[in-house]
Write a protein that binds this ligand. Structure first.
Ligand SMILES: Cc1ncc(COP(=O)(O)O)c(C=O)c1O
Length: 412
Protein backbone atom coordinates (compact mmCIF):
# COMPACT_ATOMS: atom_id res chain seq x y z
CA UNK A 1 0.00 0.00 0.00
CA UNK A 2 1.21 3.49 -0.87
CA UNK A 3 -0.49 5.60 1.78
CA UNK A 4 -1.48 9.05 0.61
CA UNK A 5 0.17 11.80 2.63
CA UNK A 6 -1.06 15.34 2.12
CA UNK A 7 1.46 18.16 1.83
CA UNK A 8 -0.67 20.28 4.20
CA UNK A 9 1.45 22.09 6.84
CA UNK A 10 0.15 20.09 9.79
CA UNK A 11 2.17 21.91 12.47
CA UNK A 12 0.97 25.35 11.50
CA UNK A 13 -2.60 24.14 11.03
CA UNK A 14 -2.45 22.68 14.54
CA UNK A 15 -1.07 25.94 15.93
CA UNK A 16 -3.80 27.94 14.23
CA UNK A 17 -6.85 25.69 14.65
CA UNK A 18 -5.88 23.63 17.69
CA UNK A 19 -6.00 19.84 17.85
CA UNK A 20 -7.52 17.48 16.98
CA UNK A 21 -8.63 18.34 13.44
CA UNK A 22 -9.40 16.81 10.07
CA UNK A 23 -7.84 18.07 6.89
CA UNK A 24 -8.92 17.07 3.38
CA UNK A 25 -6.79 17.56 0.30
CA UNK A 26 -8.82 19.30 -2.40
CA UNK A 27 -6.33 18.96 -5.24
CA UNK A 28 -5.85 15.25 -4.68
CA UNK A 29 -9.60 14.66 -4.43
CA UNK A 30 -10.22 16.38 -7.75
CA UNK A 31 -7.26 14.76 -9.53
CA UNK A 32 -8.34 11.29 -8.39
CA UNK A 33 -11.99 11.79 -9.41
CA UNK A 34 -10.85 13.06 -12.81
CA UNK A 35 -8.54 10.09 -13.34
CA UNK A 36 -11.41 7.74 -12.65
CA UNK A 37 -13.85 9.73 -14.79
CA UNK A 38 -11.39 9.77 -17.69
CA UNK A 39 -11.09 5.98 -17.56
CA UNK A 40 -14.85 5.42 -17.90
CA UNK A 41 -16.89 5.49 -21.10
CA UNK A 42 -19.32 8.40 -21.59
CA UNK A 43 -22.37 6.21 -21.04
CA UNK A 44 -21.27 5.59 -17.42
CA UNK A 45 -22.49 8.05 -14.79
CA UNK A 46 -20.52 8.42 -11.61
CA UNK A 47 -22.42 9.20 -8.40
CA UNK A 48 -20.89 10.38 -5.14
CA UNK A 49 -22.31 8.58 -2.14
CA UNK A 50 -22.92 11.38 0.34
CA UNK A 51 -22.94 9.26 3.49
CA UNK A 52 -19.19 8.64 3.15
CA UNK A 53 -18.54 12.30 3.94
CA UNK A 54 -21.39 14.79 3.98
CA UNK A 55 -19.28 17.85 4.68
CA UNK A 56 -20.81 20.54 2.51
CA UNK A 57 -17.49 21.60 0.99
CA UNK A 58 -16.64 18.00 0.08
CA UNK A 59 -20.06 17.39 -1.44
CA UNK A 60 -19.78 20.58 -3.47
CA UNK A 61 -16.24 19.78 -4.59
CA UNK A 62 -17.06 16.23 -5.67
CA UNK A 63 -20.42 17.11 -7.18
CA UNK A 64 -18.57 19.10 -9.83
CA UNK A 65 -16.66 15.97 -10.85
CA UNK A 66 -19.54 13.48 -10.96
CA UNK A 67 -22.92 13.22 -12.64
CA UNK A 68 -25.10 12.80 -9.58
CA UNK A 69 -25.35 12.06 -5.88
CA UNK A 70 -26.38 8.95 -4.01
CA UNK A 71 -28.23 9.57 -0.75
CA UNK A 72 -29.29 7.18 1.99
CA UNK A 73 -31.83 9.19 3.97
CA UNK A 74 -34.40 11.94 3.65
CA UNK A 75 -32.01 14.10 5.66
CA UNK A 76 -29.26 13.72 3.07
CA UNK A 77 -31.75 14.24 0.26
CA UNK A 78 -33.08 17.48 1.78
CA UNK A 79 -29.49 18.60 2.46
CA UNK A 80 -28.22 18.15 -1.10
CA UNK A 81 -31.40 19.68 -2.52
CA UNK A 82 -30.77 22.70 -0.26
CA UNK A 83 -27.34 23.03 -1.91
CA UNK A 84 -29.13 23.26 -5.24
CA UNK A 85 -28.46 19.83 -6.72
CA UNK A 86 -31.30 18.83 -9.07
CA UNK A 87 -33.62 16.16 -7.66
CA UNK A 88 -33.47 14.23 -10.93
CA UNK A 89 -29.73 13.55 -10.53
CA UNK A 90 -30.15 12.05 -7.07
CA UNK A 91 -30.48 8.33 -6.34
CA UNK A 92 -31.96 7.26 -3.01
CA UNK A 93 -31.21 3.76 -1.69
CA UNK A 94 -31.35 2.13 1.71
CA UNK A 95 -33.63 -0.06 3.80
CA UNK A 96 -36.42 1.26 5.99
CA UNK A 97 -37.23 4.45 4.14
CA UNK A 98 -40.01 6.25 5.98
CA UNK A 99 -43.13 7.58 4.32
CA UNK A 100 -42.01 11.24 4.60
CA UNK A 101 -38.68 10.31 3.02
CA UNK A 102 -40.36 8.50 0.13
CA UNK A 103 -42.75 11.41 -0.34
CA UNK A 104 -39.86 13.86 -0.51
CA UNK A 105 -38.03 11.72 -3.08
CA UNK A 106 -41.15 11.42 -5.24
CA UNK A 107 -41.76 15.17 -5.08
CA UNK A 108 -38.14 15.88 -5.98
CA UNK A 109 -38.20 13.47 -8.93
CA UNK A 110 -35.28 11.43 -7.55
CA UNK A 111 -34.73 7.77 -8.41
CA UNK A 112 -35.78 5.51 -5.53
CA UNK A 113 -34.20 2.08 -5.19
CA UNK A 114 -36.96 -0.29 -4.08
CA UNK A 115 -35.68 -2.45 -1.23
CA UNK A 116 -38.77 -4.58 -0.52
CA UNK A 117 -42.31 -5.37 -1.75
CA UNK A 118 -43.71 -3.34 1.16
CA UNK A 119 -41.69 -0.33 0.12
CA UNK A 120 -42.98 -0.61 -3.45
CA UNK A 121 -46.59 -0.59 -2.19
CA UNK A 122 -45.85 2.52 -0.13
CA UNK A 123 -44.37 4.23 -3.17
CA UNK A 124 -47.43 3.34 -5.26
CA UNK A 125 -49.75 4.74 -2.58
CA UNK A 126 -47.79 7.98 -2.11
CA UNK A 127 -47.49 8.56 -5.87
CA UNK A 128 -51.30 8.23 -6.11
CA UNK A 129 -51.84 10.68 -3.21
CA UNK A 130 -49.44 13.16 -4.73
CA UNK A 131 -50.68 12.58 -8.28
CA UNK A 132 -47.06 12.21 -9.37
CA UNK A 133 -45.03 9.52 -11.09
CA UNK A 134 -42.40 7.90 -8.88
CA UNK A 135 -39.11 7.05 -10.59
CA UNK A 136 -37.91 3.74 -9.24
CA UNK A 137 -35.14 1.20 -9.64
CA UNK A 138 -35.50 -2.36 -8.41
CA UNK A 139 -32.64 -3.21 -6.06
CA UNK A 140 -31.84 -6.89 -6.32
CA UNK A 141 -29.84 -8.85 -3.77
CA UNK A 142 -28.03 -11.47 -5.89
CA UNK A 143 -27.76 -15.11 -4.87
CA UNK A 144 -24.02 -14.85 -4.59
CA UNK A 145 -21.41 -12.13 -4.43
CA UNK A 146 -17.66 -12.11 -4.71
CA UNK A 147 -15.57 -12.81 -1.63
CA UNK A 148 -13.27 -10.04 -2.81
CA UNK A 149 -15.67 -7.50 -1.27
CA UNK A 150 -14.45 -6.62 2.22
CA UNK A 151 -18.02 -5.84 3.27
CA UNK A 152 -20.87 -7.70 1.56
CA UNK A 153 -24.42 -6.36 1.31
CA UNK A 154 -25.68 -9.16 -0.96
CA UNK A 155 -25.42 -12.91 -1.41
CA UNK A 156 -27.14 -13.70 1.89
CA UNK A 157 -30.39 -12.81 3.65
CA UNK A 158 -30.18 -9.07 4.21
CA UNK A 159 -32.21 -5.89 4.53
CA UNK A 160 -30.71 -4.62 1.29
CA UNK A 161 -32.79 -5.09 -1.84
CA UNK A 162 -35.16 -7.84 -2.91
CA UNK A 163 -33.67 -11.34 -3.08
CA UNK A 164 -33.02 -12.35 -6.68
CA UNK A 165 -35.34 -15.35 -6.37
CA UNK A 166 -38.21 -13.16 -5.08
CA UNK A 167 -37.78 -10.20 -7.38
CA UNK A 168 -39.70 -11.17 -10.53
CA UNK A 169 -43.18 -10.49 -9.06
CA UNK A 170 -41.91 -7.20 -7.62
CA UNK A 171 -40.65 -6.11 -11.06
CA UNK A 172 -43.97 -7.13 -12.65
CA UNK A 173 -45.91 -5.23 -10.00
CA UNK A 174 -43.79 -2.10 -10.60
CA UNK A 175 -44.31 -2.39 -14.35
CA UNK A 176 -48.08 -2.68 -13.98
CA UNK A 177 -48.58 -0.14 -11.18
CA UNK A 178 -49.98 3.27 -12.00
CA UNK A 179 -47.82 6.19 -10.97
CA UNK A 180 -44.58 4.23 -11.11
CA UNK A 181 -41.93 4.43 -13.77
CA UNK A 182 -39.59 1.48 -13.43
CA UNK A 183 -36.38 2.91 -14.85
CA UNK A 184 -33.52 1.21 -13.17
CA UNK A 185 -31.99 -2.09 -12.18
CA UNK A 186 -29.72 -1.84 -9.16
CA UNK A 187 -27.30 -4.20 -7.48
CA UNK A 188 -25.01 -3.08 -4.67
CA UNK A 189 -23.29 -6.33 -3.85
CA UNK A 190 -20.73 -5.00 -1.42
CA UNK A 191 -17.82 -2.69 -0.96
CA UNK A 192 -14.17 -2.36 -0.03
CA UNK A 193 -12.96 -4.40 -3.01
CA UNK A 194 -9.35 -3.88 -4.08
CA UNK A 195 -9.34 -6.43 -6.89
CA UNK A 196 -9.93 -5.08 -10.41
CA UNK A 197 -10.85 -8.50 -11.82
CA UNK A 198 -13.47 -9.00 -9.10
CA UNK A 199 -14.98 -5.56 -9.80
CA UNK A 200 -15.22 -6.43 -13.49
CA UNK A 201 -16.79 -9.80 -12.66
CA UNK A 202 -19.30 -8.11 -10.38
CA UNK A 203 -20.29 -5.78 -13.23
CA UNK A 204 -20.67 -8.76 -15.55
CA UNK A 205 -22.93 -10.59 -13.08
CA UNK A 206 -25.08 -7.51 -12.58
CA UNK A 207 -25.52 -7.06 -16.33
CA UNK A 208 -26.40 -10.78 -16.65
CA UNK A 209 -29.05 -10.32 -13.98
CA UNK A 210 -30.42 -7.18 -15.61
CA UNK A 211 -30.68 -9.06 -18.93
CA UNK A 212 -32.46 -11.93 -17.21
CA UNK A 213 -35.02 -9.64 -15.59
CA UNK A 214 -35.65 -7.81 -18.87
CA UNK A 215 -36.17 -11.12 -20.69
CA UNK A 216 -38.50 -12.53 -18.05
CA UNK A 217 -40.64 -9.45 -17.53
CA UNK A 218 -40.39 -7.38 -20.70
CA UNK A 219 -39.02 -4.46 -18.65
CA UNK A 220 -36.78 -2.04 -20.54
CA UNK A 221 -34.49 -0.40 -18.02
CA UNK A 222 -33.10 3.00 -18.89
CA UNK A 223 -30.20 2.50 -16.51
CA UNK A 224 -28.36 -0.22 -14.64
CA UNK A 225 -26.77 0.80 -11.36
CA UNK A 226 -23.79 -1.51 -10.93
CA UNK A 227 -23.14 -0.39 -7.37
CA UNK A 228 -19.42 0.01 -7.09
CA UNK A 229 -17.50 -1.18 -4.13
CA UNK A 230 -14.17 0.33 -5.20
CA UNK A 231 -12.04 0.06 -2.08
CA UNK A 232 -9.36 2.03 -0.24
CA UNK A 233 -6.31 0.29 1.25
CA UNK A 234 -6.28 0.78 5.01
CA UNK A 235 -3.89 -1.88 6.22
CA UNK A 236 -0.38 -3.13 5.63
CA UNK A 237 -0.23 -5.52 2.70
CA UNK A 238 -3.43 -4.32 1.02
CA UNK A 239 -2.96 -3.44 -2.66
CA UNK A 240 -3.81 -0.10 -4.21
CA UNK A 241 -6.70 0.07 -6.65
CA UNK A 242 -5.61 2.11 -9.63
CA UNK A 243 -8.38 4.44 -10.84
CA UNK A 244 -7.52 4.05 -14.50
CA UNK A 245 -7.27 0.26 -14.41
CA UNK A 246 -10.44 -0.26 -12.38
CA UNK A 247 -12.46 2.17 -14.49
CA UNK A 248 -11.24 0.67 -17.75
CA UNK A 249 -11.93 -2.89 -16.58
CA UNK A 250 -15.53 -2.13 -15.60
CA UNK A 251 -15.98 0.04 -18.71
CA UNK A 252 -14.79 -2.82 -20.94
CA UNK A 253 -17.38 -5.20 -19.47
CA UNK A 254 -20.11 -2.63 -20.15
CA UNK A 255 -18.92 -1.98 -23.70
CA UNK A 256 -18.77 -5.68 -24.46
CA UNK A 257 -22.39 -6.06 -23.27
CA UNK A 258 -23.57 -3.14 -25.37
CA UNK A 259 -22.07 -4.78 -28.43
CA UNK A 260 -23.69 -8.13 -27.68
CA UNK A 261 -27.17 -7.09 -26.61
CA UNK A 262 -29.04 -4.21 -28.26
CA UNK A 263 -31.18 -3.68 -25.16
CA UNK A 264 -28.11 -2.24 -23.44
CA UNK A 265 -27.14 0.07 -26.28
CA UNK A 266 -29.13 3.14 -25.25
CA UNK A 267 -28.84 2.55 -21.51
CA UNK A 268 -26.92 4.56 -18.92
CA UNK A 269 -24.74 2.72 -16.44
CA UNK A 270 -24.17 3.98 -12.94
CA UNK A 271 -21.32 3.58 -10.47
CA UNK A 272 -22.04 4.89 -6.97
CA UNK A 273 -18.86 5.43 -5.01
CA UNK A 274 -18.24 6.92 -1.61
CA UNK A 275 -14.99 5.82 0.01
CA UNK A 276 -13.05 5.57 -3.25
CA UNK A 277 -13.63 9.23 -4.03
CA UNK A 278 -12.77 10.65 -0.62
CA UNK A 279 -11.34 7.98 1.70
CA UNK A 280 -7.65 8.46 0.98
CA UNK A 281 -7.69 12.19 1.09
CA UNK A 282 -8.73 12.84 4.67
CA UNK A 283 -6.22 13.02 7.55
CA UNK A 284 -7.05 13.20 11.23
CA UNK A 285 -4.42 14.91 13.37
CA UNK A 286 -4.33 14.67 17.17
CA UNK A 287 -1.76 15.63 19.79
CA UNK A 288 -0.12 13.40 22.38
CA UNK A 289 -1.25 14.45 25.87
CA UNK A 290 0.30 11.64 27.91
CA UNK A 291 2.73 8.74 27.54
CA UNK A 292 2.60 5.90 30.04
CA UNK A 293 5.14 3.12 30.38
CA UNK A 294 3.15 0.48 32.18
CA UNK A 295 3.47 -3.26 32.58
CA UNK A 296 5.83 -3.53 29.68
CA UNK A 297 3.78 -1.42 27.31
CA UNK A 298 4.16 2.09 26.03
CA UNK A 299 0.73 3.71 25.90
CA UNK A 300 0.37 6.96 24.03
CA UNK A 301 -2.74 8.99 24.89
CA UNK A 302 -4.07 11.46 22.31
CA UNK A 303 -6.42 14.39 22.70
CA UNK A 304 -8.95 12.73 20.37
CA UNK A 305 -9.97 9.15 19.79
CA UNK A 306 -12.91 6.97 18.83
CA UNK A 307 -15.23 9.94 19.31
CA UNK A 308 -13.63 11.42 16.16
CA UNK A 309 -12.00 8.57 14.25
CA UNK A 310 -14.14 5.59 15.13
CA UNK A 311 -13.12 3.21 12.29
CA UNK A 312 -9.52 3.20 13.57
CA UNK A 313 -10.78 1.22 16.58
CA UNK A 314 -11.72 -1.66 14.28
CA UNK A 315 -15.37 -1.51 15.27
CA UNK A 316 -16.76 -0.30 11.95
CA UNK A 317 -17.15 -3.34 9.74
CA UNK A 318 -13.75 -4.92 10.41
CA UNK A 319 -13.56 -8.55 11.44
CA UNK A 320 -10.12 -8.29 12.96
CA UNK A 321 -8.66 -5.12 14.43
CA UNK A 322 -5.70 -3.91 12.38
CA UNK A 323 -3.82 -0.64 12.59
CA UNK A 324 -4.65 2.18 10.21
CA UNK A 325 -1.78 3.99 8.49
CA UNK A 326 -0.52 6.24 11.30
CA UNK A 327 2.40 8.67 11.21
CA UNK A 328 4.27 10.58 13.91
CA UNK A 329 4.47 14.00 12.27
CA UNK A 330 6.78 15.41 14.90
CA UNK A 331 9.78 13.12 14.84
CA UNK A 332 11.71 10.53 12.89
CA UNK A 333 13.75 7.86 14.55
CA UNK A 334 13.87 4.16 15.17
CA UNK A 335 10.43 2.65 15.50
CA UNK A 336 9.40 1.30 18.88
CA UNK A 337 6.30 -0.67 19.81
CA UNK A 338 3.52 1.44 21.27
CA UNK A 339 -0.23 1.43 21.71
CA UNK A 340 -2.20 4.51 20.79
CA UNK A 341 -5.40 5.35 22.62
CA UNK A 342 -7.86 8.22 22.76
CA UNK A 343 -9.00 10.12 25.85
CA UNK A 344 -12.32 8.35 26.41
CA UNK A 345 -13.09 6.28 29.51
CA UNK A 346 -13.71 3.07 27.60
CA UNK A 347 -11.40 0.27 26.52
CA UNK A 348 -12.91 0.50 23.03
CA UNK A 349 -11.02 3.76 22.58
CA UNK A 350 -7.98 1.87 21.36
CA UNK A 351 -6.72 3.31 18.09
CA UNK A 352 -3.61 1.22 17.39
CA UNK A 353 -2.01 -1.77 19.05
CA UNK A 354 1.66 -2.70 18.93
CA UNK A 355 2.31 -0.04 16.35
CA UNK A 356 5.90 0.47 15.18
CA UNK A 357 6.48 4.22 15.21
CA UNK A 358 9.20 6.64 16.37
CA UNK A 359 8.60 6.89 20.13
CA UNK A 360 5.87 9.46 20.59
CA UNK A 361 6.47 12.19 23.18
CA UNK A 362 4.01 14.52 24.86
CA UNK A 363 3.17 17.30 22.40
CA UNK A 364 3.82 15.26 19.24
CA UNK A 365 1.32 15.34 16.42
CA UNK A 366 0.02 11.97 15.30
CA UNK A 367 -1.74 11.66 11.93
CA UNK A 368 -4.22 8.99 10.85
CA UNK A 369 -4.19 8.62 7.07
CA UNK A 370 -6.95 7.46 4.72
CA UNK A 371 -9.74 8.61 7.04
CA UNK A 372 -11.72 10.78 4.63
CA UNK A 373 -14.70 8.40 4.46
CA UNK A 374 -16.97 7.00 7.20
CA UNK A 375 -14.72 8.56 9.80
CA UNK A 376 -16.00 11.96 10.91
CA UNK A 377 -19.34 10.82 9.46
CA UNK A 378 -19.44 7.54 11.40
CA UNK A 379 -17.96 8.62 14.75
CA UNK A 380 -19.91 9.07 18.00
CA UNK A 381 -18.99 12.76 18.15
CA UNK A 382 -21.07 13.51 21.25
CA UNK A 383 -19.82 10.62 23.36
CA UNK A 384 -18.09 12.08 26.45
CA UNK A 385 -18.67 15.65 25.39
CA UNK A 386 -15.30 16.63 23.96
CA UNK A 387 -15.39 19.35 21.32
CA UNK A 388 -15.79 18.01 17.80
CA UNK A 389 -12.76 18.33 15.51
CA UNK A 390 -12.86 21.21 13.03
CA UNK A 391 -12.62 20.17 9.38
CA UNK A 392 -10.24 21.95 7.03
CA UNK A 393 -9.94 21.83 3.26
CA UNK A 394 -6.38 22.31 2.04
CA UNK A 395 -6.05 23.53 -1.54
CA UNK A 396 -2.27 23.25 -1.87
CA UNK A 397 -1.54 26.74 -0.59
CA UNK A 398 -4.20 27.73 1.93
CA UNK A 399 -6.67 25.99 4.23
CA UNK A 400 -10.35 26.78 4.56
CA UNK A 401 -12.31 26.00 7.70
CA UNK A 402 -15.18 23.99 6.22
CA UNK A 403 -16.82 22.95 9.48
CA UNK A 404 -16.01 24.47 12.84
CA UNK A 405 -15.56 22.69 16.12
CA UNK A 406 -18.75 22.31 18.14
CA UNK A 407 -18.82 22.05 21.90
CA UNK A 408 -21.24 20.18 24.11
CA UNK A 409 -23.20 23.40 24.64
CA UNK A 410 -24.13 23.42 20.96
CA UNK A 411 -26.02 20.14 21.29
CA UNK A 412 -27.42 20.56 24.78
C1 LIG B 1 -26.37 1.31 -1.72
C2 LIG B 1 -25.00 1.83 -1.44
N1 LIG B 1 -24.41 2.62 -2.35
C3 LIG B 1 -23.17 3.12 -2.16
C4 LIG B 1 -22.46 2.85 -1.02
C5 LIG B 1 -21.10 3.44 -0.88
O1 LIG B 1 -20.12 2.52 -0.57
P1 LIG B 1 -18.59 2.97 -0.59
O2 LIG B 1 -18.48 4.23 0.19
O3 LIG B 1 -17.86 1.87 0.04
O4 LIG B 1 -18.21 3.22 -2.01
C6 LIG B 1 -23.03 2.02 -0.04
C7 LIG B 1 -22.28 1.71 1.19
O5 LIG B 1 -22.67 1.04 2.08
C8 LIG B 1 -24.34 1.50 -0.24
O6 LIG B 1 -24.92 0.72 0.67
Amino acid sequence: MMAFRSDAPFESLAAKHGTPFYVYDAQAIVAHARALRASLPDHVDLLYCVKANANRAIVELLAREVQGLDVSSGGELAFVRSLGFPGATISFAGPGKGIPELRLAIREGSSISVESPTELERIIAIAAEEDLTARVAIRVNPKSTSKAFGMRMGGHASAFGVAEEDALPVVRRALAAPGVSLEGFHVFAGTQCLDTAALAENARQTLDLAAHFMSETGARFTHVNLGGGFGVPYFEGQPDLDAGEAGRAVGAVIDERRMQDARFMSMRFVLELGRYLIGRFGTYVARVVDVKETRGKRIVVLDGGMNHVFPATGNFGQLVKKNYPIVNLSRDGDPVLQDIVGPLCTPIDSLARELQLPAAQIGDLIAFLHVGAYSYAASPLLFLGHATPPELLWDGSVERLVRPSFTMAHFA
